[in-house]
Design a binder for this molecule. Structure first.
Ligand code: AMP
Length: 202
């Protein structure tokens, strides 16, 4: 099975991927955002620090390298515009594969802004916390690392990321309408997971 988990920044994609990957035995393909944060390249940072999309060719090369010849995997953060979606369709078609389902975590804009401004990331291991729903102990990560606010989680950058999502990413819902599973992403983590599973197991 090939899955894409889809939703605005902060909709809980990362959390669901871990569980889905385990239950359905899918390899989680790292999201471009995570890969970019690891690469830590100044040229790429010009885009990521302002919330704009990195050029399509660069992202495709990176993600297709990660997919390789895998058969069962779950994508996160790619594709993020129509051109990327078409490029992915062609890449998979050449390998006689197809993206089976797109799971859309629907979350309102007010909820997104609230979640992201309370998000903190461990500077050492990359684990995410939420100051309200999943607070760290003594303001430190379980691994002992310092918690920081992601540069692009600051309010003005969040606004740009949401605009990019609404203008460039949201149209993919129409593109994938024949394989779309829409789930209310504002429920608790377990209910979101159960709703996704119910739809996938139909
Ligand atoms: P994320 O961690 O998914 O919010 O991504 C962080 C940043 O990485 C985004 O704001 C973009 O600048 C860049 N990025 C992530 N995914 C893509 C993509 N599919 N295409 C282009 N840029 C991306």
């Amino acid at each position: 099975m090939i899955l894409l988990i889809f939703g605005p920044p902060g909709s809980g994609k990362g959390t669901q991927i871990t569980e889905l990957a385990e239950k359905f035995e899918l390899t989680p393909i790292p999201s471009p955002g995570d890969l970019f944060r690891k690469i830590n390249d100044d040229e790429i940072k010009k885009y990521t620090s302002t919330g704009k999309l990195v050029p399509d060719e660069l992202v495709a090369k990176l993600i297709f390298g990660e997919i390789g010849d895998k058969d069962n995997f779950i994508l996160d953060g790619y594709p993020r515009n129509l051109n990327q979606a078409e490029t992915l369709e062609n890449f998979l078609k050449e390998k006689n594969k197809r993206l089976d389902y797109v799971v859309y975590l629907k979350v309102s804009e007010e909820e997104i802004v609230a979640r992201i401004s309370n998000r903190r990331v461990c500077s050492k291991c990359g684990r995410n916390y939420n100051l309200i729903t999943n607070p760290p102990i003594d303001n430190k990560c379980g691994c002992g690392g310092e918690l920081t606010l992601r540069e692009d989680d600051k309010e003005d950058v969040i606004r740009t990321r949401l605009t990019v999502f609404n203008e460039q990413t949201q149209p993919l819902l129409e593109f994938y309408k024949d394989r779309l599973i829409t789930v209310d992403g504002e429920q608790n983590i377990q209910n979101v997971f159960e709703n996704i599973c119910k739809e996938l197991e139909k």
